[in-house]
Write a protein that binds this ligand. Sequence first.
Ligand code: F0G
Length: 455
Amino acid sequence: MGTESKVDDILLRCIGCGALTPVSESGLACARCDDILEVVFPPAPDAAGKLNFDADALRSVWLERRASHLPVDESGVWRFREVLPALGEGHSPITLGEGNTPLYELSRCASSAGVRTLYAKHLGMNPTGSFKDTGMTVAASFARQDGFRWVACASTGNTSASMAAYAARGGMRSLVLIPDGKISWSKLSQALDYGAITCQVKTDFDGCMGLLNEIVRRMPIYLLNSINPFRLEGQKTVAYELLEQFDWRVPDHVIVPGGNLGNCSALGKALVEMQALGLISTLPKLSVIQAEGANALIRTMRETGGKKLIRVQADTMATAIRIGNPGSWKKAVRVLEATGGTVEQVSEVEIALAKAEIGADGIGCEPASAVTLAGLKKLVARGFVEREETVVLILTGHLLKDPDFTLKFHRGDLFAGTAHERESKVLTSQQRAPIVLDATVEAVLKVLETAEKQN
Ligand code: F0G
């Protein structure tokens, strides 16, 4: 993965053929079968079949670091460094203090979904407003250690915002390929401000990814999409932190949105590892929710039992997950099998309603994150999630990531002129359009009076 690497002891395993390669001799795909790779962790047990880890010691060192002011300890990712690939001597991480994200109880959403206890782990509270920061701090640090001048990604917006920030902090240049249109301008503006060279390419995410794969073959550019196994190692720490927040008691269900399927793969890898390390004794069921219009994993599971990817032409207003050819689909299938999770798809109107409900609980998130609540409702209806079970929704992006969607929703024109217009009538009770008034006390009091009557 570069010539200056001093990290030969990190092993990568191909998820297709299982071949093992030291990171210093490897690219981002298997040299034998071209499938994607994963970091091997935990390392093989010793001759006595024991892993060299003490679960109690790990738990306490991770807690102790919360009182430290060293950047590497203040990071909610590097705080868990015993489970991450180690940077070489003399190399420090590029960190913005990522991770350490809150766990909220969602009481109103719980009753609308039909469960007693519902939590949201809000990854939108990361430095650039999405979960991508937890992986980017690790992969960008390895890119810098390997001496790369340029990093690049194809993105539906959040990866590019995160990559641009970490590249800037690490003194590297960044190249972004985003689909022209169909990405939120607030994510685009982040990439611009953090100094990325940003190309709006006349294709969709899958088209951008195809172009970039070819570009990194020709140029010494480090690819920072989630097929990069170091990204997923950083994203793993979300699950470690979640279990720590639960005092290592295991929730019954964790529900995550699916796009390129890196995030569910990372969380699932972490859960399986935690069990191997003796940190937890059972696994939560990890389920993946997609938009109906971008449902490659659902179709793959239902039509081929997870054996063969069914690509789709993706379309959804939840632009972050507008992806039809997910790079990490095999890893995701493995995670579903390992944890006993399931898949579900939700409609555009269901996503909009769930997003408004999460907002009304005083939390808020971007549309792609809201698929989790919409999906939970269906999993309860299916009987897959039971009322007494504890459920955690992984909210992946901040409410302010897509203000256009939110404003259109409250003004009542999100679905105007679309095929969903009639179905969207159910949303009226959640809509709170801004009220334009004359500058008089009476006018404001009248608004209050009407609002009081409505509730
Ligand atoms: N939620 C948000 C807010 C996202 O930005 C993404 C992916 C996902 C969920 C899906 O995660 O791809 O790991 O399954 N965004 C990528 C991007 C693709 O370019 O920002 P995934």
